[in-house]
Design a binder for this molecule. Structure first.
Ligand SMILES: *Cc1c(COP(=O)(O)O)cnc(C)c1O
Length: 457
């Protein structure tokens, strides 16, 4: 697999970075309650908090923004987005939303009635929150390997077909709102789903008349893994693989902030006209008119160009090659990371990184804070804090306790990846000094965004 191929672009505009002192960073993390979400971005030398909305746009995207049609209704910018989605994704109906969760909100309201069940290949924070708000119950039907950070599987994001059919037997197909298949699976470590698995899910859905939806947020990255790993796809372009994957789905929610290479935006796309009609009714209430969905015309233009650029083979080879390069440098130095390395991020296995801490010491939260203080690299927790509490109010204990080093698209160079690798390797050598954390403030929902912590005594 190609690792560390040179960037297939040159840099036309730069944003200076400042390296602060360790003392300044120590003060900053204390002020932020040891939560990297609460840090000022200017304190971060390399910001790997997220790949969401942090992409660098191309010259073509910036020039498309200049011709954005800002009319309240009937804007031509919507027509261009619709045409791009129809051409690249093969789905006829498009409803823009301000970002992915806007689309999740609408589809949850449309398809879920209280008491219904929603299987999916691992949860995602905002997705599950919207399913639950609509009265649904999420069921994780991802294959077991996904929960084991060292299990080797080329498609660790796959749906476990037996678990899916067992759920259908248990609750009845009529009580399943839809199955939500994420391409790739963020919380499993950016792991892909194979074409064969997508086809198998489709067969079950056809047999039981279940709607097959996709969280298509990182579908281009998923396509690249199919091209590299699945028999018969070596000579197929990622753009064609994207269309083939989506040919099996009834519709999708998209966070444009990832694989549409924009800083803001999202949409719903679908085949069924009655779902489309309901989405158009609801979008007016929650987002904006169906031709802008809470976005400016220029945002629709940037998304229309970006969703095509994101499926380019050379772009994807460098993109995932850069992530792989960082992961391999860490692996070679003995740092425990989730394997295989996923599409958008390298995930540190905090339980093995900090074996002297238990999960209730919030080891991933603590490791993210320490990495920032040591190096100015900002990462985020994906473990017990992100998993939140269950309906009874008890802490969920997810099997994965991870720190996510998420690589923005087209933003950092491979040299920056070396800086990150050196910092993590150094921290790993001195890991026994890292203490656990405890909550001092915890909000009722999506607690990872705003909780505050202090070091455990
Ligand atoms: C980011 C993300 C979302 C939500 O999208 P937003 O644009 O942040 O609202 C949904 N699903 C997955 C897998 C994501 O990574």
């Amino acid at each position: 697999m190609p690792s560390n191929v040179a960037e297939p672009y040159r840099i036309k505009m730069v944003e200076p970075l400042v390296m602060h002192t360790r003392d300044e960073r120590q003060q900053a993390i204390e002020k932020a309650g040891h939560n990297t979400f609460l840090l000022k971005s200017k304190m971060c030398y390399i910001d790997l908090l997220t790949d969401s909305g942090t992409s660098a746009m191309s010259d073509r995207q910036w020039s498309a923004m200049m011709v954005g049609d800002e009319a309240y209704a009937g804007a031509v910018s919507f027509d261009r987005l619709e045409a791009a989605v129809q051409n690249s994704y093969g789905l006829p109906f498009v409803v823009p939303t301000h970002q992915g969760r806007g689309a999740e909100h609408l589809i949850s309201l449309i398809l879920i009635r209280p008491g219904m069940h929603v299987p999916g290949n691992m949860y995602f924070t905002t997705t599950r929150a919207h399913q639950e708000l609509a009265g649904g119950t999420f069921h994780d039907v991802i294959i077991d390997e996904a929960h084991d950070p060292s299990a080797q599987h080329p498609f660790k994001g796959n749906v476990d077909i037996d678990e899916f059919t067992a759920l259908i037997d248990e609750v009845g197909a009529e009580n399943i709102a839809y199955i939500n298949v994420a391409l790739t699976v963020n919380l499993a470590g950016g792991q892909p789903v194979s074409m064969a698995n997508i086809e198998a899910v489709r067969r079950v859905c056809d047999e039981h008349h279940i709607i097959m939806w996709s969280d298509a947020t990182r579908l281009a990255e998923n396509a690249w893994f199919i091209q590299q790993r699945e028999d018969g796809y070596r000579d197929t372009s990622c753009a064609d693989i994207v269309r083939e994957m989506l040919s099996h789905f009834d519709g999708l929610t998209m966070s444009g902030k990832k694989d549409c290479l924009v800083n803001i935006g999202g949409f719903l796309a679908m085949r069924d006209e009655s779902i489309f009609t309901k989405a158009r009714e609801l979008v007016v209430l929650y987002e904006g008119m169906p031709t802008y969905g809470g976005l400016a015309g220029r945002d629709l233009e940037a998304m229309a160009v970006g969703l095509v650029e994101a499926t380019d083979d050379a772009y994807l080879t460098h993109r995932i090659g850069q992530v792989t390069y960082l992961g391999e440098r860490l692996q070679e130095a003995g740092v425990p990371v989730v394997q295989p390395i996923g599409g958008h991020a390298v995930f540190l296995d905090a339980l093995r990184f900090l074996p002297h801490l238990s999960q209730d010491d919030l080891p991933a939260q603590s490791l993210a804070a320490e990495l920032f203080v040591a190096s100015g690299v900002r990462s985020m927790e994906r473990g017990i804090v992100s998993a939140g509490r269950d309906a009874e109010g008890n802490n969920r204990h997810p099997k994965l306790e991870l720190v996510r080093l998420t690589i923005p698209r087209r933003v950092y160079t491979d040299r920056h990846m070396d800086v990150v690798a050196d910092a993590v390797i150094d921290l790993h050598r001195n890991a026994e000094r890292i203490r656990g954390l405890e909550f001092v403030y915890e909000p009722p929902t999506l607690r990872f965004f705003s909780s505050r912590f202090q070091p455990k005594a």
